[in-house]
Design a protein around this ligand. Structure first.
Ligand code: ADP
Ligand code: MG
Length: 227
């Protein structure tokens, strides 16, 4: 990202304003910042859900702002895996269908999953790697799982079809310390195996040691100084 400025409306002050942010291929970055400091907004910009008023954003070699909205949606579906704090899963779909969903939205991810043995096989493998009994949870509604289990299902869905970049927005805030550390380690291992970069957002600075690099939004974001 270069010289990016973003405000939610023309009259409000910028929420994100940064001169330079570069994340390397397969790098795993911890992004911390106080509540309301603009972490989710920054992820929204990287995901192409929000568009900045100024600057340039390149993701996996593609110029996001040169794309139209449809191209950005399809880029996001095929190249990004996203895990949110809440509202991760479609409650009316069983776990298996939730995990394989990206393969229905993106031919690129369907192809990558097919090469790994098929979408269902790959979904089961990922669920197992993330510490779930795939057979036991496959047909369950996600609402019948614990929060910790739901976060693992959401991680499997983000990882299926090997997207190049995983964005995780406070995915562990509802977990206890033990399941939180285990979840982060599993997520890191799977990103490593897939060669995916990871941007992991949290307000909990104590998690930084799990990652290659820690960034504080206050250090890269000059928006706070704008009057
Ligand atoms: P964080 O994720 O670090 O808690 P956010 O990126 O959600 O912070 O929010 C940063 C700032 O932008 C906050 O002041 C918040 O109130 C504001 N904001 C977030 N979303 C919107 C929105 N959709 N419309 C207007 N302001 C918003
Ligand atoms: Mg947030």
């Amino acid at each position: 990202m270069s010289d990016v400025a973003f405000a939610y409306s023309a009259r409000s002050e910028p929420v994100v304003s940064l001169t330079d942010l570069r994340i390397e291929t397969a790098e795993r970055v911890f992004l911390r910042g106080a509540s309301g400091s603009g972490k989710s907004t920054l992820l929204g910009l990287i995901a192409g859900i929000l568009s900045p008023q100024a600057g340039s954003i390149e993701v996996l070699g593609q110029d996001l702002l040169a794309m139209n909205a449809t191209q950005r949606d399809s880029f996001r579906a095929s190249q990004l895996g996203v895990i949110f704090q809440i509202f991760n899963l479609l409650p009316y779909l069983p776990v298996g269908a939730n995990v394989t969903l990206p393969c229905r939205f993106s031919a690129v991810r369907a192809k990558a999953a097919a090469e790994a043995g098929g979408a269902d096989e790959e979904a089961r493998r990922l669920l197992g790697r993330l510490g779930l009994d795939a057979d036991a949870v496959w047909a369950k509604r996600s609402t019948d799982l614990s929060v910790g289990q739901q976060q693992r299902v959401a991680a499997a869905r983000a990882l299926i079809g090997r997207p190049g970049l995983i964005l995780a927005d406070e995915p562990t805030s509802a977990l206890d310390a033990n399941s939180r550390d285990a979840f982060i380690e599993l997520l890191n291992e799977e990103c490593d195996a897939a060669g995916a970069a990871l941007i992991f957002v949290s307000h909990d600075a104590g998690l930084a040691d799990h990652f290659n690099r820690a960034l504080d939004l206050a250090d890269i974001n000059t928006a706070m100084e704008v009057v």
